[in-house]
Design a protein around this ligand. Structure first.
Ligand code: PHE
Length: 435
């Protein structure tokens, strides 16, 4: 029998498990910091609402309608092999994201170990920064922890996704949310912490430019796991009784809430401890240990935080590896286990390259989120509008037996707004990036 998630909540929890991860806690704050705060937040909300949500719904539609992973979903529904291109592209994106994502996941696990053994306790700001600099610059540490992460992920994916993921996501995600809220409260009450809140909430309209738009679009895609087939694959596990548009809206709201809370937790620390908001990919690792050192039971909270962040990352790595594994299964006719082992070994190669070269790391980060995922989304919405067409899509919207109130708005967005908006932001952004 085909695997499906057992409950509506299960489907939401699993898709949210893919969406919520390092994108929210690690990437969102550092990009927001680099792009100047409040203006970026505004652009991000616009991108998510008018582009991200409709694209996520579209992926769920294709996934559930076809009942297939992204490798074959698009071709099977229209009987045209050329549409496998979306699957091939998506797999490539998953592969490139995994390269740096498993490294950052490794850092979270390593930080969990460092806090558990008290190695971060009592350090001052420059020392904390030094720990991160050394970690990121040491390929051996990066590779060892990356391999641990990859092995754990492979062990879970080899058993099949729905059983494990559903359970883990449902229990641990809520705990992570509570912890983030607690830390955010502590951070906001730091001396000078409020300045961080002002920074992230006041839009400086001069900072609204094509680069910030390009970054916001990329961040929305990266954070919601859309534009590369992950949500198509997860859509195929959603049962026919679920309301897919509602599921996508829930997942996006949870995803946004956690990103926003993460920024609320990090920026007060950044300002209270005099860290640069444009610190880059190290931001979460250099800012948070400072606040833990000032909290009662800080070491305990710190260990729990990095552990839960690792779990959040893990559910995302699982969804990425799932895309690669299902592709290998369909393409090469391998069984799940063999396909998982082969894929896990294959992804360590670009991972090792990223561990040695931070330029490659940054390049993969940018090219996947800002370039490949928005491009993928254009193909996905064109496919939904022009190949599936209004009636089939509406049928999938209403498969659970209720009339959809938002279908017309959705269809208008994917038909006109989404492709044009992506194209405009994309062209301006790329010109900007290359110049
Ligand atoms: N959305 C995940 C995060 O925010 C990353 C991810 C991207 C996962 C693409 C799957 C596919 O961390």
């Amino acid at each position: 029998m085909k695997e499906t998630f057992n409950s509506k909540i299960g489907a939401i929890a699993a898709a949210a498990g893919s969406a919520v991860g390092l994108g929210n806690v690690w990437r969102f704050p550092y990009i927001l910091g680099e792009d100047g705060g409040g203006a970026f937040l505004l652009l991000y909300i616009i991108c998510m609402l008018f582009i991200g949500v409709p694209v996520m719904i579209s992926e769920f539609v294709v996934g559930r309608m076809s009942g297939k992973p992204v490798a074959t979903a698009y071709s099977s529904l229209v009987g045209d092999k050329r549409w496998q291109l979306i699957g091939v592209g998506g797999t490539l994106v998953a592969f490139l994201i995994l390269a740096f994502y498993t490294i950052v996941s490794g850092w979270t696990l390593y930080y969990c170990y460092l806090s558990l053994t008290g190695q971060l306790s009592g350090l001052d700001e420059p020392q904390i920064k030094e720990v991160f600099t050394q970690t990121a610059a040491d390929p051996v540490t990066c590779i060892i922890w990356m391999i641990i992460v990859t092995t754990i992920t492979a062990a879970i994916v080899a058993r099949g996704v729905t059983a494990g993921i559903e359970r883990v996501s449902k229990i641990l995600m809520p705990i992570l949310i509570i912890l983030i809220v607690l830390i955010a409260i502590r951070a906001m009450t730091l001396d000078g912490g409020m300045e961080g809140i002002v920074f992230m909430l006041t839009p400086d309209f001069e900072k609204i430019n094509s680069k910030a738009f390009f970054d916001a679009l990329g961040q929305a895609f990266f954070s919601a796991s859309i534009g590369m087939g992950c949500m198509t694959t997860y859509g195929s596990y959603i049962s026919k009784q679920s309301n897919i548009a509602g599921t996508a809206i829930w997942v996006s709201m949870i995803d946004f809430f956690i990103a926003f809370m993460s920024a609320l937790m990090i920026f007060p620390c950044v300002f209270a401890f005099g860290i640069s908001p444009s610190e880059g990919p190290g931001l979460v690792f250099v800012s948070l240990p400072n606040v833990f050192n000032q909290m009662p039971m800080g070491q305990l909270f710190q260990t729990m935080f990095f552990f839960l962040l690792f779990i959040a990352a893990l559910t995302s790595v699982i969804s990425l590896l799932e895309v690669v594994v299902t592709f290998v299964m369909e393409r090469f006719g391998l069984k799940r286990r063999a396909a998982t082992v082969a894929s896990a070994i294959a992804i360590t190669i670009p991972g090792i390259i990223c561990a040695f070269s931070s330029a490659t790391f940054d390049f993969f980060d940018k090219i996947t989120a800002s370039v490949m995922m928005p491009l993928g989304a254009i193909f996905i919405v064109i496919y939904v509008v022009h190949l599936l067409g209004r009636d089939r899509v509406r049928g999938e919207f209403e498969a659970h037996g209720k009339k959809s109130k938002i279908f017309n708005v959705y269809f208008f967005l994917v038909k006109y707004i989404v492709p044009v908006a992506i194209a405009l932001i994309f062209i301006n952004g790329v010109i900007d990036w290359i110049m």
